[in-house]
Design a binder for this molecule. Structure first.
Ligand code: ATR
Length: 276
């Protein structure tokens, strides 16, 4: 059978581990396919999507900064992609329509929400740092679960305000006030790129936080960001974004291949060995 072709579009892409993830599952499921990094400029989106329509590509993932930009080129967006206006997976359905889906919401639900103790969720204060490409998926998943007190702080205020248009129930925090806001927070979620390998990091110390704060970092490369290290030393519960990454990939894989690939320990080890 002909080799199927998949890939991920975005820029920059050098840090992406999606090729390793999907190649692992292609092999496990005996699917003849490859998955490549397709680093492109904004103007190239149209051409890439035309290749899915023509059958030269069987599907793609989309990452920053194009999760919203791809939408005008698709025939339809479904489910969570509609709710968040953020697409990370594109497929061609049986009727020849280009469909945009969002598997980040599922990834966050499985990789984070299902792992924490969620009684008292109406009272819990959530503080989301960042207002980038993945933030709408995080906010949508939190609200869907039943959290009500959701605060969002972003360096560029305008981007937090744009998110509030979609999710009017959020409260905006100015970046210079994030330390203060963190003091009364129960769950803090970093959706910024701060902490990424060889990138900038938080300058804030977050000295006065609750003893039972849960800190989630969407970053998984490095596995322990500076913030995770600092909080761990203070016995604060922390979790990184590795499982969210794996679960979003699992859902994309099953949309494309109609097989739900297994998430085994060997897979986690394979990915983690790439992070060293
Ligand atoms: P995009 O915003 O293009 O979708 P992203 O990687 O999804 O890209 O988002 C990057 C996030 O990290 C944004 O919230 C960004 O803040 P701005 O909106 O102000 O750019 C945040 N970020 C990146 N570098 C940062 C820094 N040095 N300090 C604070 N926030 C930063």
């Amino acid at each position: 059978m002909m080799e199927k072709k998949f890939g991920i579009i975005g820029k920059p892409l050098s840090h992406s581990l999606s090729p390793i993830l999907h190649s692992y599952w292609f092999k496990k499921n005996k699917i003849n396919a490859n998955y490549s990094l397709i680093e492109i400029e904004l103007e190239e989106i149209k051409g890439i999507i035309a290749r899915i329509r023509s059958g030269a590509l069987q599907g793609i993932n989309v990452t920053v900064p194009y999760k919203q930009a791809v939408i005008p080129f698709l025939d339809t967006i479904v489910d969570e992609a509609k709710k968040t206006l953020s697409v990370n997976t594109i497929t061609l359905n049986e009727k020849g329509k280009l469909v945009g889906s969002n598997t980040d919401v599922y990834g966050f639900e499985q990789g984070f929400i299902s792992k924490i103790n969620t009684h008292n969720l109406k009272q819990s204060k959530i503080f989301v740092l960042g207002a980038g490409g993945v933030t709408p998926s995080i906010i949508y998943a939190l609200k869907k679960k039943g959290f009500e007190k959701i605060f969002v702080g972003n360096r560029t205020l305008k981007k937090a305000e744009d998110i509030k248009k979609k999710f009017p129930f959020i409260k905006i925090v100015e970046w210079q006030n994030i330390e203060l806001e963190a003091e009364s927070t129960d769950i803090m979620i970093n959706t910024t790129s701060l902490g990424l390998k060889s990138g900038d990091d938080f300058k804030q110390e977050f000295k006065n936080i609750k003893k039972n704060l849960i800190y989630y970092d969407i970053v998984y490369n490095p596995q322990e960001t500076m913030m995770i290290k600092k909080f761990k030393k203070r016995n604060i519960q922390t979790l990184n974004g590795l499982e969210m990454f794996i679960y979003q990939g699992q859902r994309s894989f099953s949309l494309w291949n109609k097989v739900n690939p297994e998430l085994d320990e060997d897979l986690k080890q394979t990915i983690m060995s790439e992070l060293k």
